[in-house]
Design a binder for this molecule. Structure first.
Ligand code: MN
Length: 205
């Protein structure tokens, strides 16, 4: 059984950047729904696999009747566990150490990185995500994905996301309405780089 992470903050803690009702709905309805649908689909064909990464790598081997359901809802399960974990009430506002060095070397500066990922998030047509990913060598890449896809699914595990920006309207519409750019700007204020650094270290060690 796959489980949602326990939020390390309350629904109201990301105010005024992300509003309470959006956080509550996002976590208790959307994320809970993806997680339940993933578990139900796997149960249906008696698959007891505890590694979502392995499921993504071998997605093409899944029975056809559940493949699309697992891709969409497994993505939704995984992507939101990543997303919710790297938001915080009192975030570390910028990367430090090795990750900062890599960001500077890859994008020019932290500000330039923020512009790059904001552009990817803004440019994703329709629902989807923007990502900062790493490979096991520690290289960095910004990309975007439609729906609930992610770099793990798209590259069979070569690129591993360490930061994700959800640009589905359910992530911002109640507060920011149609202004995706305003949401992205606000979201960047509550990203905890301490968590992103830990995600990075976990992959490259
Ligand atoms: Mn979402």
């Amino acid at each position: 059984m796959f489980k949602q992470i326990t939020l390390p903050y309350s629904y109201a803690d990301l105010e005024p950047y992300i509003d309470t009702l959006t956080m509550e709905t996002h976590y208790t309805k959307h994320h809970a729904g993806y997680t339940k649908n993933l578990n139900d689909a796997l149960l249906k064909v008696n698959i007891e696999e505890s590694s979502i990464e392995k499921i993504f790598r071998e997605i093409d081997d899944l029975p056809e009747e559940i493949r699309t359901t697992v891709r969409n809802n497994g993505g939704g399960y995984y992507n939101h566990n990543l997303y919710f974990a790297h938001l915080a009430k009192h975030p570390q506002k910028a990367p430090t150490g090795l990750l900062l060095e890599k960001i500077n070397a890859t994008f020019g500066s932290f500000t330039a990185f923020q512009e790059t990922i904001s552009k990817a998030a803004l440019g994703q047509f329709g629902s989807g995500w923007a990502w900062l990913s790493t490979n096991i060598k520690g290289d960095l890449r910004v990309s975007s994905s439609p729906n609930q896809d992610n770099p793990l699914i798209e590259t069979k595990g070569v690129w591993i996301p360490i930061l994700g920006i959800d640009v589905w309207e359910h992530a911002y519409y109640l507060k920011h309405k149609n202004l995706r750019g305003a949401y992205i700007k606000d979201l960047l204020e509550v990203i905890d780089w301490q968590v992103v650094e830990k995600n990075y270290q976990k992959v490259i060690q």
